[in-house]
Design a protein around this ligand. Structure first.
Ligand SMILES: *Cc1c(COP(=O)(O)O)cnc(C)c1O
Length: 379
């Protein structure tokens, strides 16, 4: 089955009791049991819910994995993965991950005697050098947020297998349409479904896909015990969004290419970060492990003042957190998504004060470019 077909059909059957072609939203907390210990496979909605189950099967199919789990947000999904750890464990994380990942690791889980080390994972040598006897997980984001660095998935998977570490990839930016980490031997894929999977900026959700049975059982246990589950309505919204993922991603990809071509010609733009550019340091690797480059672009306007004036002048592009919606969103990582990362650390990872991040939407690209052009004129 092709990707678009799977997006529309995988795990989705018409409702057997009514023929409803769309998955019903099962708004129920509990399920009647025929007798003690005998039920239809559902006992309580924190443990499982039929709408959520359909989404979990659908995302598993899209990521070429066996098992899917749905959480209340991307961060809840990440927290579940880190709850696989025990006090004293060490985790290696890509140095410019999503700001919330950094905050969870450093400002929440640090208090539980869990040690997170942020390294430049674009060179697997750095990961190898950071491994300690206490290391359990290697958590990679590729492309990274917001500077679009690429990490070699096959190399990370191989290293983790040989050292008995769990490899995790945050695949939010690429989506399964462009990249399937499990195909390279990665153990766990996680998504903020809030972004491209839903695609319409109208819900929050987090998804995990993996193959290993033992790890799945442990994560399901964590999911039901902690209770950070996706609600049935949000699961339905996400399923609805995923049906058009292929169409949307193809358009995001085309639009982003055109926008980067425009930005690259602008004198006021000091640098454009986009893996689709031949000048991007990891362009060849991106071509090897991705089927396109996606809709995320970062570019440098040289100073905070320039970035401020630019962001104040855009009209069509909406200044907002988040990404991956049909509408073009624009943001300022240093003061928004990466505000909890200390300034020295931000400099080190390339999140400069003049850096602007663009989530290119599916509007007519001429309109997006015209807006960027008029805002640049004000800088
Ligand atoms: C948004 C995001 C998250 C967190 O997801 P939420 O759904 O907002 O909790 C994690 N990783 C990446 C790359 C993200 O963009």
């Amino acid at each position: 089955m092709g990707f678009s077909t799977k997006a529309v059909h995988a795990g989705i059957e018409p409702d057997p009791s009514t023929g409803s072609i769309m998955t019903p939203v099962f708004l129920t907390s509990t399920y009647v049991q025929q007798e003690l210990g005998k039920h239809e496979g559902y006992a309580y909605s924190r443990i499982s819910n039929p709408t959520r189950t359909v989404l979990e099967r659908n995302i598993a199919a899209l990521e070429n994995g066996k098992h899917g789990l749905a959480f209340a947000s991307g961060m809840a999904a990440e927290a579940a993965i880190f709850q696989l750890l025990k006090a004293g464990d060490h985790v290696i994380v890509s140095r410019n991950v999503y700001g919330g990942t950094y905050r969870l690791a450093k400002l929440v889980l640090g208090a539980y005697n869990l040690h997170f080390e942020f390294v430049d994972t674009t060179d697997v040598v750095n990961i190898t050098a950071a491994i300690k006897p206490q290391t359990r997980i290697v958590f990679v984001e590729t492309p990274t947020n917001p500077t679009m660095e690429i990490t070699d998935l096959a190399a990370v998977a191989k290293l983790c297998k040989s050292r008995k570490l769990i490899s995790v990839v945050d695949n939010t930016f690429a989506t399964p349409y462009l990249q399937n980490p499990l195909d390279f031997g990665i153990d766990i894929v996680i998504h903020s479904a809030t972004k491209y999977l839903n695609g319409h900026s109208d819900m929050l959700g987090g998804l995990i896909v993996l193959n290993d049975k033992r790890l799945t059982e442990r994560l399901r246990f964590i999911q039901k015990s902690v209770g950070a589950i996706l609600s049935p309505f949000e699961a339905w919204m996400c399923l609805r969004g995923i049906k058009t993922l292929a169409l949307r991603m193809a358009r995001h990809d085309i639009n982003a290419m055109e926008v980067t071509a425009f930005l690259s010609t602008q004198r006021k733009v000091k640098k454009v970060h986009y893996p689709g550019l031949v000048s991007h340091p990891h362009h060849r690797l991106a071509t090897k492990q991705m089927r396109g480059f996606g809709g995320m672009i970062a570019f440098d306007l040289g100073s905070l003042q320039n970035a401020k004036r630019f962001l104040k002048s855009v009209r069509l592009c909406a200044l907002a957190e988040s990404l991956g919606g049909v509408e073009t969103l624009i943001s300022h990582p240093a003061t928004m998504t990466h505000a909890s990362v200390p300034p020295e650390e931000r400099q080190r990872i390339g999140v400069t004060d003049g850096l602007v991040r663009l989530s290119v939407g599916i509007e007519d690209v001429e309109d997006i470019i015209a807006d960027l052009k008029q805002a640049l004129a004000k800088v």
